[in-house]
Design a protein around this ligand. Sequence first.
Ligand SMILES: [Zn+2]
Ligand SMILES: [Zn+2]
Length: 217
Amino acid sequence: MKARAGLELMGGDLAIASEGSFGPHPAMPYLPCGRELVLLLDRYDGQEFVVVGEDLTVETNFRREALRSLDEVESFLQQVGYPSHAVVVETPGGEVFKGITRCKELRSAVDRALQQDGIVMLETDMRAMYNPTRMLAIARATQDLVSKLQQICPQCNAPGFVTIDRLPGLPCGWCGQPTSLTRSIRTRCQCCEFSQDALFPDGLQTADPMHCAFCNP
Ligand SMILES: [Zn+2]
Ligand SMILES: [Zn+2]
């Protein structure tokens, strides 16, 4: 939607857009994680082609906590990389101070909230210009986009010949039954729809029996 809105505003047929989100890790909910997308939209001949670079990482300072003392505030700030990373201070009355990197500003907002209500809400400022850790994640997502664009379709030479599916069934090293590990990957071209399966993308032809439902139930 961002990429399309950019094209509507500026004209042209090629747009890049990025978007980040933060929350619990999909597989390990007790860990905070960040997900960055950097997308290239190409409008060609009335059709849209999209290639998406992605970065999913637990290298994030994403955090939001209710704090009750200056000591708690101090330890929060150390953990989130303040002041190279900005924070957001929120008072129980609903006042919000964003992009705080100066101790004077921080102190006055925190003191006021603690004195009035005995509690203050601190949150990391996740806007990219205030968050160098996030800048690195966006750079990795961009690298991912570049390497996907460098994968060329063997049929029509279009860029973005990328994996669309990982197919399970890698055979167990003991009994030969299929496991849930990846046996092959499917790559497909958006332009000519040519697709190709490649066996053993992880370099393994058999699975460790610990992944076998039969040998290691
Ligand atoms: Zn193609
Ligand atoms: Zn087995």
